[in-house]
Design a protein. Structure first.
Length: 350
């Protein structure tokens, strides 16, 4: 009898130790899980900040492009203006050259003609004065045209310099944009790794919780109640389907039960809440570790009623239906997981 009692005491001690170890390990994993989610939150904030900076830089690049295009138009206008001036200068030079040539080669003849045509000496000198005056005006016009051309060419140089500055600015902005996008890729990569770690930690927690429950009770998994009282239609069953948002063939790991926003969703069995919060594409999510070892998941909720660590009873309201996360309309996405693996939930709720 003493031997039997000793054996029972030893078994009890071994069981208690393994149970405590399991609970301590679960606490450590839950701490890591919380730290993981905090890190993801910080990365999400970084991604938002990077997106804002990228948008700001892209707007500056667009503005710089507009400035460069405007400067190109101004340069083209100035080139056209310079071309007109050059033609005007050329024409005036030709006219002046012809006048000077006539005066120089036929000065004496012109003198005789002017003298003969003059009614008097005074008239003669007046005619000569007019000829010289015309030549002088031609020279003044040429000087003015040359000065205008120089001013416009100076202006063209300033605009071309400004264009070069804008193009240099654009290159710097494009480098900044590339750097920001690379930073965003790195942050998203880190977040993706954290999401994988998060899923792995959740699976470990579920496995440990399941092992602890089985060690305590050794019960067979039982059939629970329907999770959305009053709404029995399944709009999307368990199994492979074409995803309604991503339009790709993906495994649908639960069932979808459509119902109006705010409709209560209830626990299908008694158990302990192991997750209550936002979970990626699931949106606002509740996860319950039931006393018989299974884990149920209630996703896309508009409101979460219960919190982590809380005990819930069969039929108790745990959330209110919504359309958060990757969802096309208000419904409950319901899953059942056994030892961390999703299974068809229908046999456990009917």
């Amino acid at each position: 009898m003493r031997k039997i009692i000793t054996t029972i005491i030893l078994c009890s001690m071994i069981f208690s130790t393994s149970f405590i170890y399991g609970e301590n390990e679960q606490l450590d994993l839950e701490k890591k899980l919380n730290e993981n989610r905090d890190s993801q939150q910080r990365l999400d904030e970084q991604i938002i900040e990077l997106n804002s900076k990228i948008k700001e830089v892209e707007e500056k690049i667009a503005s710089t492009n507009e400035e460069i295009n405007e400067l190109d138009l101004q340069i083209n206008d100035i080139k056209s203006e310079i071309n007109d001036l050059e033609n005007n200068i050329k024409n005036n030079k030709n006219q002046l050259s012809k006048r000077i040539k006539v005066i120089n080669s036929n000065y004496s003849m012109s003198y005789i003609k002017i003298l003969l045509n003059s009614s008097s000496i005074s008239d003669f000198f007046n005619n000569m004065y007019i000829v010289k005056k015309i030549v002088k005006q031609d020279k003044e016009i040429l000087t003015e045209l040359d000065e205008n051309k120089q001013k416009i060419e100076d202006k063209k140089g300033e605009i071309e310099k400004k264009k070069v500055e804008q193009e240099d600015l654009k290159l710097l902005l494009e480098k900044d944009n590339e750097s920001l996008n690379n930073d965003k890729i790195e942050v998203e990569k880190l977040k993706s790794e954290l999401e994988k770690e998060e899923n792995a930690l959740e699976l470990e927690i579920e496995k440990i919780s399941s092992q602890i429950v089985v060690s305590e009770d050794s019960q067979v998994i039982s059939i629970g109640s329907w999770p959305v009282p009053g709404y029995s239609r399944i709009s999307s069953p368990y199994g492979y389907r074409i995803h309604p948002i991503f339009n790709t063939k993906k495994m649908h790991t639960g069932i979808d039960i459509p119902a109006p926003t705010g409709t209560p969703a209830v626990s299908i069995d008694q158990g302990k809440v192991i997750f209550s919060g936002t979970k990626g594409g699931y949106g606002k999510t509740i996860m319950i570790q039931h006393d018989d070892g299974k884990v149920t998941l209630y996703a896309h909720n508009s409101e979460l009623i219960v919190s982590v660590g809380q005990r819930v009873q069969k039929g108790q309201v745990v959330s209110k239906i919504g359309s958060t996360g990757n969802s096309t309309g208000p419904h409950l996405h319901f899953e059942v997981r056994i030892n961390g693996k999703h299974v068809n939930p229908v046999p456990y709720i009917k």
